[in-house]
Design a protein around this ligand. Sequence first.
Ligand code: PBG
Length: 322
Amino acid sequence: MLRRNRRLRTNESVRSLVRETFISPNDFLVPIFVVEGKQVKEEIASMPGYYRYSLDLLKQEIKELWSLGLKSVLLFVKVPDELKDNAGTEAINPDGLMQRAVKTVKDVAPEMVIMTDVALDPYSSYGHDGIVNDGKILNDDTNAILAEMALSHAKAGADFVAPSDMMDGRIFEMRTLLEDEGFHDTGIMSYSAKYASAFYGPFRDALDSAPGFGDKKTYQMDPANRDEAIKETLMDIEEGADIVMVKPGLCYLDIVRDIKNAVNVPVAVYQVSGEYAMIKAAAEKGWLDHDAVILEQLTAIKRAGANMIASYFAKDAVKLIS
Ligand code: PBG
């Protein structure tokens, strides 16, 4: 035998010399769930170890993230039922929970990159990402309010708006309005290849945002499709997306690699709530090694081509590698 591959695996020093993929605090977007109230830190039932925070307690959490070297957050809000309606009107309230959350984070950590979720579902009485009419989700009418929502987040101080709705043409509408209003430096991270996945269940618990009827298959993508992910992503880039995303993570790493090879903008991957819940549940039963599985999955996501990862494990990962 002239060639022995095991020579490069002899010990950890050699392995670290030839390692191709690394995880660092710079890789992460930390999803944050915000609720109204005071002194609230409530655990999400289907996401053990993950919490919703009221704005006062959010401050401490942001300080901790910053001290761990985590420099980007992705904000989501849980909206009280009485503020929900079909058009998601509360989404553009300049004094709404999201707008206040942005200001709170900016106050505590001025250099933190703040990304805001732009979609109607947490605000919608139907739990859909768009305006509902006669059982259908209206595309163009929804875009108009999504653009207003993005503008409202930009005015509050968001660095990036992150549309997660999957309406057609929304990036163009948002970019145009942001430019017209002088928000040239507000970026757009588009959830460009977002699949109609069964892995979003725990997130919908976290925000009480499950669809009241039907499903999201007329706007989110069919998990069976691959070429379509590239079409969606290239269109979003043409419309002005600065960062594109594939979501969920683990089941879609082939898509991540396809997109990485097809585009010249940064690619984000969202390791979603169901992926978090699966690992937590198996680890709780003693069936999987929690820490090892986290690092393996995050490494696999980066190896597939992710430039950044939205992950509920960001804090765990950073502590494990430090
Ligand atoms: C909604 C939205 C969802 C997620 C992020 N934004 C759920 C959905 O589309 O129903 C899921 C994130 C996760 O599961 O962690 N616009």
